[in-house]
Design a protein around this ligand. Structure first.
Ligand code: NAD
Ligand code: DAU
Length: 372
């Protein structure tokens, strides 16, 4: 197969590209990425020379470019991860979120429709896979802020309810509204034109190569530089955390074995109140840096809350477990240790992406290879 993975230079994308390139040497993996501030080809330096990997710098909102990429590469499958992904940025500048997430997805769908309908076999053997988020479902209540005692590993700790595949969309931020809108377009291309599609909605990912504007890498970087840790509101919001490689494995299973037109929820059954997670992070970073316990507690700084801050996300991922046999592989403590170690072992990566150095480097390398 010839498979386009959009956003492959971003956080989740690089893990998906790496998995597919290594696991499916007979397939060609085409990473289509605009290399915005969040895209970094250094994330893929270990596989960039493999014969079944190809990078194309292009904008998913550029219709002519997407048509050309699909035709030139005889594309069978598309996994769309390209997006503006940070909620705080969407609050400051919603337009780029509507453009990339909504219009970009629509552009890909239309280019795929045109190309696939021109093939003799039409839609047979083709798939458009949209990577979505649990944030489209809105927010759950924090019905038991103290946690349910005796349930171990933060399993179902903060409320009796979960997001199901059938939960109605109810997005609150411009980011989640743009993702919800994209998902509706994806379903409409199945229902209207018969395009084979599949969608998955995942909870918060963590792990290596995440841009340090998101909670976990931002706080690791700030602790290492002894900068304040800005905790929004009272730090009581709850997120359900999943190690990024487990998400990549789920994407692989859904792409190859998922049922067309279905939705799959992916999550870790691993809910953490932000402030508790932050305390675990501080303890881990301090221990690995050889600091005394409690050394960085003073960096915690409570700041104004994020407007429209969703109180709690929690995914019910039993469908993908039941139907495709997927389970998270890592315990949270293990995943956090691995993650903190990775950032502390790769200070150059953190320094490069925070200085903008990598963007200047890759612009000079790839600026003239844009397909437009
Ligand atoms: P990211 O911000 O780290 O990476 C996004 C990538 O998309 C970057 O490489 C960027 O250069 C590229 N991109 C942006 N605009 C583009 C455009 N117009 N054309 C081509 N490429 C463009 O994002 P991420 O955290 O890796 O998220 C990937 C996907 O997974 C997103 O669709 C996001 O909504 C979804 N998701 C993320 C999480 C999470 O916790 N990070 C959870 C669930 C779902
Ligand atoms: O749930 C899936 C979503 O998870 C993805 O769709 C998004 O792309 C991804 O960014 C993430 O969204 P969140 O808003 O949950 O992630 P973030 O890391 O920005 O914040 C996690 C929690 O920590 C959230 O409750 C806000 C809080 N926070 C975040 C930052 C950056 C802070 O308290 N302080 C901070 O500085």
């Amino acid at each position: 197969m010839n498979i386009i993975i959009t956003g492959g230079a971003g956080f989740i994308g690089n893990h998906v590209v790496r998995l597919f390139v290594n696991k499916y040497p007979q397939d060609t993996i085409i990473n289509v990425d605009l290399l915005t501030y969040a895209g970094n080809l250094a994330n893929l330096s270990d596989i960039e020379d493999l014969p079944n990997y190809k990078f194309i710098k292009a904008d998913i909102t550029d219709y002519e470019a997407m048509r050309r990429v699909m035709r030139d590469n005889a594309v069978d499958g598309i996994i769309n991860l390209a997006a503006e992904s940070h909620v705080d940025r969407s609050i400051k500048d919603p337009f780029v979120f509507a453009k990339t997430n909504m219009l970009g997805t629509l552009t890909l769908l239309q280019a795929a429709k045109e190309y696939w309908e021109s093939c003799p076999e039409k839609y047979t053997g083709k798939l458009f896979y949209q990577i979505s988020t649990d944030e489209v479902y809105g927010a759950l209540q924090l019905s038991n802020p103290e946690g349910i005692k005796g349930l171990g590993a933060n399993h179902c700790a903060y409320g009796p309810d979960f997001f199901l595949e059938t939960t109605k969309y109810n997005p609150h931020s411009p980011y989640s509204a743009s993702k919800a809108s994209a998902d509706h377009f994806v379903r409409s291309y199945h229902d209207t034109y018969g395009m084979p599609i599949v969608i998955s909605n995942c909870s918060n990912n963590y792990g290596p190569y995440q841009f340090p504007e998101k909670l976990i890498p931002l706080f690791i970087n700030n602790i290492r530089n002894r900068r304040p840790l800005p905790v929004y509101g009272k730090g009581e919001n709850v997120r359900d955390w999943l190690f990024v490689e487990d998400h990549a494995r789920a994407i692989d299973l859904i792409f190859h074995n998922g049922k067309v037109a279905e939705t799959y929820n992916i999550g870790g059954f691993n809910e953490w109140k932000n402030i508790d997670l932050i305390k675990v992070l501080i303890r881990t970073v301090d221990r690995l840096l050889g600091n005394p316990e409690g050394y960085s507690d003073e960096l915690i700084t409570f700041v104004s809350d994020r407007p429209g801050h969703d109180v709690r996300y929690a995914i019910d991922s039993r469908k993908i477990s039941r139907e495709l046999g997927w389970m998270p592989s890592l315990q949270f403590e293990e995943g956090i240790e691995k993650t903190v170690r990775w950032y502390l072992d790769n200070p150059q990566w953190l320094d490069n992406v925070t200085s903008g150095e990598y963007m200047r480097y890759y612009e000079s390398m790839y600026g003239n290879r844009d397909v437009r």
